[in-house]
Design a protein around this ligand. Structure first.
Ligand code: CA
Ligand code: CA
Ligand code: CA
Length: 273
């Protein structure tokens, strides 16, 4: 008898109230889990902090770097773009990076020198820049994802001879696949000693293939003179862990939805009686 019922259940001939209730609850849990999963894996972008002490020693692992995304005390472990006489680059495996400024400048004696990422010694930095009006927000670079990834970017500023070539605010925003946006983050001469290479870090979490992000910044003293320029010295990439959901929040969500499913089943049973 039992085997017969089980056989018929498997073949879909019997759909008892209990079976319906169980199926509904299971479906409810699956639906909530899927919704929770989508919410947890939405892309987020956030400002992490500024490193105002490492300066030139960005590749020197003996200098502790609490803001390094992967903890090896080397900025740009996954990749980097540094403007010098040309652009020294090592592309990250998970994204394509493009310069969006109108111009590049190789630097001069007043620009900071930093660790040479391709050998010993140091390299003099320059900038990816555009010359625009005062207060203009200019795009510096785009990042197009070729793999799903959570990562941290570092942006090199305050490396120039005229300090106001560096932007006074930075922003990272998503332009394809979503609309995440950090808002403008103050990056103006922090602290007040200029031309010593500062690094500003932003996390991009749960990025998907095809997502596009843009780094931009506002032009301090745009309009005329050398300070009309608005630019950054480079970008670094390091892996970082993605955000994880609060276990309590998920359990509550599933429980609340399941109770709702059970209430619906009970109401339908009452109607049948
Ligand atoms: Ca690193
Ligand atoms: Ca400027
Ligand atoms: Ca500084």
């Amino acid at each position: 008898m039992f085997n017969n019922i089980k056989h018929n259940l498997l073949r879909g001939k019997i759909n008892t109230g209990k079976c319906y209730a169980a199926n509904l609850v299971i479906f409810s849990v699956m639906a909530v889990s899927a919704a929770t999963s989508r919410a947890v894996h939405a892309q987020t972008i956030g400002f992490v902090g500024a490193d105002l002490t490492t300066h030139a020693s960005w590749r020197t692992s003996s200098v502790t770097k609490t803001l390094d995304g992967d903890g090896d005390n080397i900025y740009g472990t996954d990749g980097y773009y540094i403007q010098t006489g040309g652009t020294i680059s090592s592309a990250p495996a998970y994204a394509t990076v493009a310069r969006l400024t109108t111009s590049t400048f190789p630097g001069n004696g007043g620009y900071s020198s930093i660790d040479n990422p391709t050998g010993s010694g140091s390299v003099r930095t320059g900038v990816w820049y555009s010359s625009t009006g005062n207060g203009s927000e200019d795009n510096f670079a785009s990042i197009v994802m070729s793999q799903a990834k959570s990562f941290r970017i570092g942006i090199l500023v305050d490396n120039t001879d005229f300090p106001d070539i560096s932007p006074d605010n930075l922003r990272v925003k998503q332009t394809v696949g979503g609309s995440a946006n950090t808002g403008l983050i103050n990056s103006y001469l922090q602290p007040s000693s200029p031309s010593n290479s500062d690094w500003y870090f932003f996390d991009i979490l749960n990025a998907k293939v095809g997502d596009t992000f843009v780094i931009s910044g506002t032009n301090k003293y745009g309009g005329s003179g050398p300070q009309a320029s608005n630019g950054i010295g480079g970008i670094t990439f390091d892996s970082t862990s993605s955000s994880v959901p609060e276990p309590g929040a998920i359990a509550l969500g599933v429980g609340a939805f399941s109770l709702g499913g059970l209430a619906l089943v009970r109401r339908r049973r009452r109607l049948r009686k």
